[in-house]
Design a protein. Structure first.
Length: 245
């Protein structure tokens, strides 16, 4: 699953990369601040590119909320939904029948731009966080769904069965986020996609050779440590871990 991400790029880089424009112009300085560790369970405010505005970079809360909720019910819903993963991820196998996803899958898909993300690796009953990023430090486009609750946008990141590389790292759950191939990013936002077209894009494999992954500090998992610091994406060597390539 994908519960931890990074987004360290300036807004202007995102705007150029996706040919989009920040909708909340007075928040540019805030979104320019590097965010080395975005913990999904804190439901951070992130930027997404929504299907309904494919040239917009729009603020959204990480953690999808059902359409029948009101804005003042969002926080209570997150407390209730934490046992189900807080709405942070959506299994792509359930997109067309899940009570939340089926209402968004055809008209409210989105791209979540990240500079990287983290996955847990288990070795001898201990967990080690691994960071994933593009080998050229390019942005990664994660596929997602969103809802609009009054004036608040909430979103979730899609997941699927792990590729060979992800299966080595995320070796307990064997899942991975859906990373859109760059040539097909804008296709994900098209209004005329049917069920088959949606699943074709989800099932396209992202080139593993374009990704690098390595272990990072266990501070990532600690609620007692501020892990939103630049060093959280630094490689940490654990002698007991077998090499993963």
């Amino acid at each position: 699953m994908c519960f931890h991400t990074s987004q360290t790029k300036k807004v202007t880089i995102l705007e150029k990369r996706y040919d989009a424009e920040l909708t909340k112009k007075d928040a540019r300085d805030a979104y320019d601040i590097p965010r080395y560790h975005l913990n999904g369970f804190a439901h951070p405010d992130m930027l997404i590119i929504p299907q309904e505005g494919p040239t917009a970079l729009a603020p959204a809360l990480w953690g999808i909320v059902p359409n029948n909720k009101k804005q003042d019910q969002i926080r209570d819903y997150y407390k209730e939904a934490v046992r189900y993963g807080g709405g942070l991820n959506a299994r792509s196998e359930k997109l067309f029948d899940h009570f939340i996803y089926k209402n968004s899958v055809f008209t409210r898909r989105c791209i979540i731009p990240v500079s990287g993300f983290f996955e847990p690796h288990e070795h001898k009953s201990k967990k080690y966080p691994f960071h994933f990023k593009h080998k050229n430090d390019d942005l990664l486009s994660l596929a997602g769904l969103y809802t609009i609750i009054d004036s608040v946008v909430t979103f979730t990141i899609l997941t699927k069965d792990a590729s060979p590389l992800f299966a080595k790292v995320h070796n307990k759950k064997n899942r991975q986020p859906v990373i859109l191939q760059r040539d097909f990013e804008q296709d994900w936002l098209k209004d005329d996609l049917n069920e088959n077209g949606i699943m074709e894009l989800i099932n396209l494999e992202y080139l593993e050779d374009d990704l690098i992954t390595y272990p990072v500090s266990k501070d990532l998992f600690s609620p007692k440590v501020n892990s939103d610091v630049e060093t959280i994406v630094d490689r940490v060597e654990y002698p007991e871990l077998p090499k993963i390539s």
